[in-house]
Design a protein around this ligand. Structure first.
Ligand code: SF4
Ligand code: SF4
Length: 154
């Protein structure tokens, strides 16, 4: 199994710069749907539990990498880098939420991450031309360059 080195992507010592003021958490949109998730809480869990337990937690995938936490952090801690690193580690361990795997597979096979029925009819109803075909080969190449094919078969 490939081991993802989290601390190569986020400086571990930055965890200790957090003084738990919660400004980040107060602005996090993911907290709206999962109150137990938050950037401050993620840092605290990293410090207290280590990251092994965190990469098992599906809530990690609720972060939309909007960077608001980072913008608001008085310590300028790059929190979304930590979340992305944790997710990369989770993915390499096979911990990817099912709905996300399906969207990635669809993207690789059709060039779109979801199927919209009667799309052309709806576009035509609004006076829009049909969508051009998606460049599936190019999309697959891009997905492969990110290393996604190592964690999801497509
Ligand atoms: S805003 Fe920064 S210092 Fe405050 S809790 Fe969040 S990460 Fe820690
Ligand atoms: S980057 Fe993620 S953790 Fe930070 S505010 Fe946005 S959703 Fe929340």
């Amino acid at each position: 199994m490939t081991v993802f080195k989290i601390w190569k992507h986020f400086k571990r010592e930055e965890l200790y710069e957090c003084y738990q003021c919660a400004r980040c958490t107060g602005s996090c949109p993911a907290m709206e749907v999962a109150p137990a998730f938050g950037p401050r809480e993620t840092i605290l869990k990293c410090l207290g539990l280590g990251y092994d337990q965190l990469v098992e937690d599906e809530k990690l995938w609720l972060c939309c990498t909007c960077n608001v936490c980072e913008d608001r952090c008085p310590q300028k801690i790059p929190i979304s880098d930590l979340l992305v690193a944790l997710r990369n580690s989770a993915a390499l361990r096979g911990n990817i939420p099912g709905r996300l795997s399906i969207a990635i597979e669809l993207l690789a096979k059709t060039g779109r991450s979801m199927i919209v029925h009667q799309l052309d009819e709806m576009r035509s109803h609004h006076g829009l031309a049909p969508l051009p075909p998606a460049p599936v080969d190019e999309i697959r190449q891009i997905l492969k360059k990110t290393g996604l094919d190592a964690v999801i078969e497509f």
